[in-house]
Structure formats: structure tokens, C-alpha cells
Design a protein around this ligand. Structure first.
Ligand code: WT7
Length: 598
């Protein structure tokens, strides 16, 4: 939300952020916003890519990997992997081309056909990157899953997507997948990376199947509109939604990598996101590679000292991360940065949740760089609104729409259409003019839910925002009950359903409770069945149950007991009211309230 204009005017920021004159800055790709926007055409962005040889269409993996061999980058480092124990592995573009071809050949040998679904469930190992790109070469549809998901989110997603093959590690297989095999009869193949005990139907080892496969693979004809990636996202109710993305999305990944992240040939780029969330795929895999840029992959989870060492040691020039990480670093203070030489860093950006103005300013003071917030969603496939390298940062603002993207603030009309709101700083729903190359093409098997996202040629984002008189967008909040915790989108319904599985639980309502570091924490309110008494032991048991079913990233951190939960006349739990009461806010319109907790 806009804050005190005096303190945070662009000029004030410029003076508070020490620009390091010694820092090497190439000329930004987007130097003149208005002129670039006026001249931009998606056809031209498409023309910067190669297409498959002989007019064979457009394939993400060809653009990200193979084509670079024809442009003198064979020996250039594509992925620089840093393992948890300090191990390192570099894959140049030629090696990445060979490894991904081996994987594509292995899929074909197993009989996987075009369009069949491949799930990848593992930490950030090199094989994750090889699997995703190799499966795209084989024209399979890929879903990278977050390895901290518990069995329940994995099973629901595999059911919706009809997963045929999973690439994982023996440890994750044993812990999460083994017990799901009966529930997932269509899951035929499992490829295990690394050592460890694990057995089951169709379980094979990477070293037996992929390593010996041929490093030569010819990508078949790929229609730009054919399905490439399926990324799950959560709504307020119902099962998670599989957002369908097509091979043409690579056009947006290439262009937004240049404009919003200012990627240049010599950059060392680090996207800290896990590919289990779309940022880690679109910008942790595709965007840097398609631009021929070296990408750093860090297996370890967040730890400030480790991260500073990576920034220094790898001489990272462009860094894309999340506000939660900034806030954790902020908590440790600028002193923790002392002694690190971060002079290579020239551009830092963040996404996924609001970047508070204080964090932007702290970044300026601690790193000598303004932090550039940008905005997008699983559904948009790529960055849609951004603060650019060559423009003043307005701290607290998400920036301006990318070239090729038209945004607006709209209101839904009773007739089912939308009305554009032109008055500056008026709150409304953020909408984007359709289409663009990385726009989702559907929610898998959910036409109705997909259709509801569009009206009068606009995609409706479900976010509330404002636009100021200079065309910068300001995030206000979400229009629905979906929770954002540490940048991860969590559907309250998925959490409520897992709690309801416990024999003691009669009803559950789940909200996002504001938190100064992670944005929101998942908090559950639970009413018990007759015969169960609230108490510390049961609370712990329920927290443990949820954690086991959902995984640490999704499970609630807090549970409160209530005698009843507030419900509407149609029987829906009023999360809005639970939240208002939790925060001591006005309860709002209660005309639909049927039963109450009191
Ligand atoms: C939701 C989308 C960002 C891509 C990966 C996450 C929130 C995103 C910002 C921002 C405030 C933001 C929105 C959006 N969000 N960026 N810069 N400022 N909020 O995609 O998991 O589908 O989440 O994240 O609410 O709708 P996602």
C-alpha cells in the first residue's frame, strides 16, 4: 500500500541508496519505458528465438538448451550447481544438451508418449533440471513438485494430472510415494536418483536407465500451443488447480528475462526459488537458459550466511528472490553482511508477496542496490508488472506493466462483464488484457473455473490493487481467502480437508494470520466432535497429523479450538469472520451468518 509520499519519493530513495560507482552496469535492455512499450510486438520477441530446425515448431527445451550449441555457447556454463555439502557440479550447454537428450531417450524407451505427464519430486539436484528439460524434449508435460509437500498434496496433484511417471529420490519415494501407489494406479514408472533402498512396481534407477541412454535426441514436431508444463495453484475451495502452460510461453520467458530481470550475456544469475513453485521453473530454469545466461542453483535452504557466501563466491550479478528472504536478512541486520564482497551484484529483484518499503530501503542501505519488486502469478506464467533497472523504484509499488502487457484496475459488473476504473489510486481488481504467450491455457479438467477468470477480453487476477497517476501499480490484497506464507500460495480448503480427516475434528476453518517475516502463517480453528476435549495434547496431535499429511510448507503452525465455527446459511465456514475476530477487526457484513461460534 502506498505509504508516506514524502519519505518514500523516488528522489528520497535515490539519495538513501548508495550507488556504488565501481559497480559495472551494462546498458539496461529497457532504457526508455514508453518507447520500448510503443514499439514492442510479441512477433518480434518470437523472432529472437530459433524455432525447431526445419520449421518443426517451438519447443522450450530447444530454445533453452540445444540452440545455444549453434550459437557458440556449447562450452559456456549453463548451470552451476552448489550442493548442500559444498559439492559443485557445472554443466555447460553441450553437457546439458546431452544429459537432457539421454533423459528424453529414456522416457521414449519406457513408452511415454507426447502429452503424458511426468512429475518431478526432489530437492534442487542437477537431475531435477535435467528431468524437466529432458521431458520437454520428449514433448511430455512436466509438473515439478515441491519436495516439502506431504503425501496428500502429492496424491491430489498426481490424480488431477494423471501422472504416469515420477522422478524422485529413494528417500522421498519411501517416505511419501510408496504408500500412495494403490491410490495412484495410473502411475506406472518411477525413476530414482541416487543411492538408497526403495522398491515398488515400475521402480527403476537413473543410473541404469538414463546414464546409458544415447546423448543424441531429435525433438519431434512441437506445436507452440501444445501443453508443456502443468503448475498447480490453490483456490479458496476445491482441489488444487493445474494451470496449463504451453511451449509458446518461452517467448515470454525470454522477453521478461531481458526486460524485467535485465539479463545480459555475461550475467551470473541466481533465482532462489524452488522449481516446485512456478518462479523456480520460469525463472530458475527457462528464462536464464533461453537467454544463454549462466544460472546458479543452490541446493541448501535459506540461511543468510550461506546466501551471502554464494553471492560473493559465485560473483552473482543478477539476483531474483522473495520478500520473506529479505525480511529474514533484515532481521539479522546489515552487520551480518560485513566482510562480504558483493560488488559483482548489479540488479536485485523480488516476487511473490508484497515487498514492504522498509525492505526496499534496507536493501539499498545494506547492499547498495534498490530492490526491484515485480508481480505475477502461476496463471500468468511470467512477470507481468515490474520495477525496471533503468527506472526509479517506488518502494512499496510493484512497478509498471511489461512491454506487450496491458494492465488495468477493473470492477466486475452484475451482468458478468467488467468496467475499467480510470481514476488514479482507486481500489479494484487487477486485470490483464488477453492474450500473451505465457498465459495459462486452462485449468486441467476444470473448464468452468477457468472460464470464470475471464470477462470482456480481460484476465481477472483475483488481486486487489491501485494504479497511481504515473502508471505504477500498488498491491492492496487478495480478493479471496487464499494464504501467502513465505511466498508460497496455500489453499485453506486443502488444509481444512486434512484436519477433517482426523477422528476428533468436526469442522475446521483456516486463515492466514499476518506475520512480520513470512507475510502470513497458516492458522486453523477447529471444532471437536462430541466426546473430545480441547487441550494441549490434542492440539499437538492435530499439528502433527497435519504436518504428516500435508508437509511442513503447507501445515498449520497454530491451532485454536472453538465450540462451533461461524457458518453462512449455505453452510460455508466464514473464514473472513474468523480472521476479523483473530485480528480484532470490524466483523463487517454478517447478514449471511447462520450459526456462530459463540
Ligand atoms: C500471488 C500469485 C509470483 C509468481 C509466483 C507466485 C501474490 C505475487 C506479488 C507482489 C504482492 C504479490 C499475489 C498473486 N504476489 N507477486 N510483487 N506483491 N503480492 O505465484 O503462487 O500463483 O501467487 O502472489 O497475490 O496473485 P502464485
Amino acid at each position: 500500500m502506498p505509504v508516506d509520499a514524502d519519505v518514500l519519493s523516488a528522489a528520497a530513495v535515490r539519495t538513501r541508496i548508495r550507488k556504488d560507482p565501481g559497480r559495472l552496469r551494462p546498458v539496461p535492455h529497457l532504457l526508455d519505458y514508453e518507447a520500448t512499450r510503443a514499439a514492442f510486438r510479441w512477433e518480434d520477441a518470437r523472432a529472437t528465438l530459433d524455432g525447431l530446425p526445419g520449421g518443426g515448431g517451438l519447443n522450450i527445451a530447444h530454445e533453452a538448451v540445444d540452440r545455444h550449441l549453434l550459437h557458440g555457447r556449447a562450452g559456456k556454463t549453463a548451470i552451476r550447481w552448489i550442493g548442500k555439502d559444498g559439492a559443485r557440479r557445472e554443466l555447460n550447454f553441450a553437457q546439458l544438451a546431452a544429459e537432457t537428450s539421454r533423459f528424453a531417450n529414456a522416457l521414449q524407451a519406457l513408452g511415454l508418449r507426447q502429452g503424458e505427464r511426468v512429475f518431478v519430486l526432489m530437492g534442487r539436484l542437477p537431475e531435477l533440471y535435467v528431468s524437466v528439460l529432458g521431458a520437454l524434449k520428449a514433448r511430455c508435460v512436466v509438473t515439478p513438485l515441491f519436495s516439502a509437500f506431504g503425501p496428500e498434496p502429492i496424491a491430489t496433484r498426481a490424480e488431477v494430472a494423471d501422472a504416469r511417471l515420477v522422478v524422485t529420490t529413494p528417500e522421498l519415494y519411501q517416505r511419501k510415494l510408496h504408500g500412495l501407489r494403490e491410490r495412484l494406479p495410473r502411475l506406472q514408472h518411477v525413476i530414482l536418483v541416487g543411492e538408497g533402498e526403495a522398491e515398488g512396481p515400475g521402480v527403476r534407477r537413473w543410473k541404469d536407465l538414463v546414464d546409458p541412454a544415447s546423448p543424441v535426441f531429435t525433438i519431434g514436431r512441437t506445436e507452440p500451443q501444445s501443453m508443456a508444463l502443468l503448475h498447480f495453484t490453490s483456490g479458496t475451495t476445491g482441489r488444487p488447480k493445474g494451470a496449463v502452460h504451453v511451449h509458446e510461453a518461452v517467448v515470454a520467458h525470454a522477453a521478461t528475462g531481458r526486460y524485467a530481470l535485465d539479463l545480459h550475456d555475461d550475467d551470473i544469475f541466481w533465482c532462489t526459488a524452488d522449481p516446485g513453485w512456478i518462479t523456480g521453473t520460469s525463472y530458475g530454469i527457462v528464462a536464464p537458459l533461453v537467454n544463454g545466461v549462466t544460472s546458479v542453483v543452490v541446493e541448501a535452504e535459506f540461511d543468510a550466511q550461506t546466501w551471502y557466501s554464494v553471492l560473493e563466491g559465485e560473483r552473482v550479478t543478477v539476483w531474483y528472490t522473495a520478500p520473506t528472504a529479505f525480511r529474514m536478512m533484515m532481521k539479522l541486520g546489515a552487520e551480518a553482511l560485513r566482510g562480504y564482497d558483493l560488488s559483482a551484484l548489479r540488479f536485485a529483484a523480488s516476487v511473490g508477496e508484497p515487498l514492504n518499503p522498509e525492505a526496499v530501503l534496507w536493501g539499498g542501505e545494506a547492499f547498495g542496490l534498490p530492490f526491484h519488486d515485480n508481480w505475477w502469478q502461476t496463471e500468468t506464467g511470467g512477470i507481468m508488472i515490474a520495477n525496471y533497472a533503468a527506472m526509479d523504484v517506488k518502494p512499496g509499488s510493484m512497478g509498471k506493466p511489461l512491454p506487450g502487457i496491458t494492465a488495468a484496475i477493473v470492477r466486475r459488473t452484475p451482468a458478468g462483464g467488467v468496467e475499467v476504473v480510470d481514476t488514479p489510486m482507486t481500489e479494484g481488481e487487477l486485470a490483464l488484457r488477453t492474450p500473451w504467450p505465457s498465459m495459462m491455457r486452462g485449468y486441467l479438467h476444470e473448464e468452468e473455473r477457468y472460464r470464470k477468470c475471464f470477462a470482456d477480453g480481460w484476465y481477472l487476477t483475483g488481486d486487489l490493487a491501485q494504479r497511481d497517476e504515473e502508471g505504477y501499480y500498488w498491491f492492496v490484497g487478495r480478493a479471496d481467502d487464499v494464504i501467502k506464507s513465505a511466498g508460497h500460495l496455500i489453499g485453506p480448503f486443502e488444509v481444512e480437508s486434512a484436519l477433517m480427516e482426523h477422528p476428533a475434528v468436526a469442522e475446521a476453518g483456516v486463515i492466514g494470520k499476518p506475520d512480520p517475516v513470512v507475510g502470513e502463517v497458516v492458522k486453523a480453528f477447529v471444532a471437536l466432535k462430541p466426546g473430545y476435549e480441547p487441550g494441549e495434547a490434542l492440539r499437538r496431535e492435530l499439528l502433527g497429523h497435519a504436518r504428516k499429511r500435508l508437509g511442513a510448507a503447507v501445515a498449520p503452525k497454530e491451532i485454536d479450538f472453538r465450540a462451533n465455527l461461524p457458518r453462512t446459511r449455505s453452510g460455508k465456514i466464514m473464514r473472513r469472520l474468523l480472521k476479523a475476530r483473530e485480528l480484532g477487526l470490524p466483523e463487517g457484513d454478517l447478514s449471511t451468518l447462520e450459526s456462530d461460534e459463540k
